[in-house]
Design a protein around this ligand. Structure first.
Ligand SMILES: Cc1cc2nc3c(=O)[nH]c(=O)nc-3n(C[C@H](O)[C@H](O)[C@H](O)COP(=O)(O)O)c2cc1C
Length: 362
């Protein structure tokens, strides 16, 4: 393995050799397999809690318990596979947000990452020891400032890091459709703005808060560029999908390898946010109105307009994760078309390190 020439990433006293967080990918795409493989390479591996109970036999009849059980099992499985740093991604918009947070803390997870809404009460779940680190995911400096202010005032807690996710990311996006292509919302700009906001918080709190850049970061050269800009690390998801260890089906990964730049687009998700995905027959059918409203099995996302939506996004994403691409679709970042083949996480990390080192020497 090539040696990493850059800095390590410190989040609340936990040190990752590589400043790379594998972003949480919901509905079973990042579970213990991918998270432990990334943690074993010195990055931070993240399990997504979104509909994690999908493979439990009682998922639709006993949604709450099935998800708690599955999350517990995935954290324990990951722990058996790595001594590295592990996180759980828990979206604020999940209807079982508090169950997922409590379970992760009970299981001693190292870090909770939380976005898709403002995680204003997240520190209230911590016990006396405050062992689990808390990292909000934001799309603006305003959101970063709001969360930090509330946490400090109400819980005397400072975020252990802040992830800034820009509009090139995959999955649901924290932007209005018209903001997505607008240069005022470019990740480089957002990262600089959040760094300025964080400086104010740091001076009030007397604690340093690493800022992590996310959304469209694909190569080691990209990582180098964002570190030069002042970020302490990066969160990457799309590039980790086309790995052997990614927990999605081979068909899901192949959809990434086979897609073209023009296949990646923005959908209007039933949860009321835009989302980036690989546009396929399923999405085209939705767009031309051939899909009919359905019965909502789980009410998994608080903001979901399930009564008027022509499909269930949880089921569509679950079908894709399982490889039934005709009955669903894959969320993907703007750069998904760049994947050429499926590699191991070790190979991917080696390539990223090499690209980073080359950029540094250039
Ligand atoms: C398949 C997929 C599923 C995702 N699921 C979630 C999720 O459950 N929660 C979340 O906060 N972000 C989710 N994201 C966003 C990623 O965690 C990440 O921040 C973002 O995709 C980074 O951009 P990149 O994919 O260009 O690297 C998802 C992204 C993808 C591609």
């Amino acid at each position: 393995m090539l040696s990493w020439r850059g800095k390590s990433l410190n989040i609340g006293g936990l040190t990752a050799k590589l400043p790379i967080i594998q972003g949480g990918m919901g509905i079973g795409v990042s579970l213990s397999g991918l998270a432990s493989a990334v943690a074993n390479e010195g990055g931070i591996g993240v399990i997504s809690a979104a509909a994690i109970g999908m493979l439990e036999p009682d998922f639709s009849t006993n949604y709450i318990e099935a998800n708690i059980r599955a999350l517990r099992n995935e954290i324990r499985k990951a722990r058996e596979l790595t001594k590295g740093i592990l996180g759980v991604n828990i979206m604020v918009a999940l209807s079982n947000f508090s169950d997922m947070v409590k379970t992760s803390i009970e299981e001693g997870i190292d870090i909770i990452f939380s976005g898709a809404g403002l995680p204003l009460n997240l520190p209230s779940f911590l016990g006396e020891t405050r062992d689990t680190k808390l990292v909000p995911i934001v799309s603006s400096s305003r959101a970063a400032g709001l969360i930090a202010k509330r946490w400090l005032e109400k819980y005397n807690y400072v975020p252990d890091a802040i992830v800034v996710e820009g509009p090139m990311a995959g999955g649901h996006l924290g932007f209005k459709s018209e903001q997505i292509p607008d240069p005022n919302y470019k990740l480089e700009k957002l990262v600089s703005e959040v760094i300025s906001e964080v400086k104010i918080i740091e001076s009030k709190a007397g604690k340093s808060i690493p800022v992590i850049a996310a959304g469209g970061i694909y190569t080691g050269e990209d990582i180098y560029r964002f570190i030069q800009l002042g970020a302490s690390g990066v969160q990457m998801s799309t590039r980790f999908v086309t790995t052997e260890e990614c927990d999605a089906s081979l068909e899901f990964k192949k959809a990434y390898v086979d897609c073209r730049k023009e296949d990646i687009g923005i959908i209007k998700s039933p949860v009321g946010m835009p989302g980036r995905a690989i546009i396929n027959e399923f999405i085209n059918d939705v767009n031309i109105g051939t899909k009919k409203p359905y019965k909502c099995p789980f009410h998994c996302i608080i903001t979901c307009q399930y009564k008027s939506s022509p499909y269930c996004i949880a089921l569509a994403l679950a079908n894709a994760k399982k490889g039934k691409m005709k009955y669903g679709f894959a969320f993907a970042g703007e750069n998904a078309y760049r994947a050429e083949r499926i590699v191991s996480v070790k190979e991917l990390v080696t390539a990223l390190v090499e690209e980073y080192n080359n950029a540094e020497m250039a």
